[in-house]
Ligand binder design. Structure first.
Ligand SMILES: Nc1ncnc2c1ncn2[C@@H]1O[C@H](COP(=O)(O)OP(=O)(O)OP(=O)(O)O)[C@@H](O)[C@H]1O
Ligand SMILES: [Mg+2]
Length: 243
């Protein structure tokens, strides 16, 4: 097991955004995390990845206790992530942005240069533009690919993908799902995938945790959680089920 997060709680003042959420990820395993807007999905990722210190709970990553460790420590240890809203350095080129990941990530001691690893990561995600394009000239979909390339260039053991597929056309969606599976198969990384698009969850996740108001309400295979009346009522709604 590469990640074992136990009973994570995150409070913001009087609001409990994450309430006793536990999640485990093995190498090469893709776990889905779903729930309505504001359920606490991003806050859970932030509380494990070091953006926030959890208010309570215990995190073990790569065999060590890492509860409350800062983001740069987690990154060096092999946790990479993409962001719901990517924020690259706008004046830097795509290649330079990915090199930042290569310099500061878990593979920083690699024999290959940061530039070489950044180029390989951009090629791996089939970055559709000239790699010397400044990030500020990329559209939302291109920025998501760039963010994924940056995350891969870190040399992760564990990858958090936060709504990476939102805004994609159906064709782009299939390509993104294939790419995520290719990352898992060639790099052997474990992943937590946060996604509202159920096709992605059913298509790539082995296991899914559903949260609502910060609290786990169901866990199982995609088929199991989607047939769960609690999940249908809380999240999926009738039109999604009818699909
Ligand atoms: N930094 C913060 N300070 C205060 N409240 C916050 C903060 N970040 C998130 N919240 C609140 O915590 C709750 C969970 O938010 P979060 O962004 O984790 O939800 P989410 O499940 O990722 O939703 P979405 O699907 O819309 O991305 C929300 O009520 C949100 O307003
Ligand atoms: Mg979110």
């Amino acid at each position: 097991m590469i990640l074992d997060a136990q009973r994570i709680i995150k409070n913001f003042g009087g609001l409990t955004a994450v309430n006793r959420v536990s999640l485990q990820v093995d190498a090469g395993q893709i776990v889905g995390l779903i729930g309505p807007n504001g359920a606490g999905k991003t806050t859970f990722l932030n509380s494990v990845a070091g953006t926030y210190k959890p208010s309570a709970g215990v995190v073990h990553f790569m065999g060590d206790e890492t509860t409350g460790a800062p983001a740069e420590v987690m990154c060096r240890k092999g946790l990479s992530r993409t962001f719901q809203i990517p924020r690259p350095f706008p004046k830097m080129t795509a290649l330079e942005n990915v090199m930042v990941g290569a310099v500061f990530g878990a593979d920083h001691g690699s024999s290959k240069s940061a530039r070489q690893r950044a180029e390989e990561a951009l090629e791996f995600v089939q970055f559709p533009m000239d790699v010397n394009t400044p990030a500020e000239r990329l559209n939302a979909v291109q920025l998501k690919r760039l963010d994924l390339a940056r995350a891969i260039a870190c040399g992760p053991k564990l990858l958090f993908l936060d709504e990476l597929a939102s805004g994609l056309t159906p064709g782009e969606l299939d390509a993104m799902m294939a790419l995520i599976l290719r990352i898992r198969d060639t790099m052997g990384v474990g992943m937590i995938v946060v996604e509202h698009i159920m096709k992605v969850i059913t298509g790539i996740c082995e296991r899914v945790l559903v949260i609502q108001y910060g609290t786990p309400i169901a866990e199982g295979t995609p088929a199991e959680v989607m047939a769960d009346p609690k999940v249908i009522e809380a999240y999926l709604g009738e039109e999604v089920v009818a699909d």
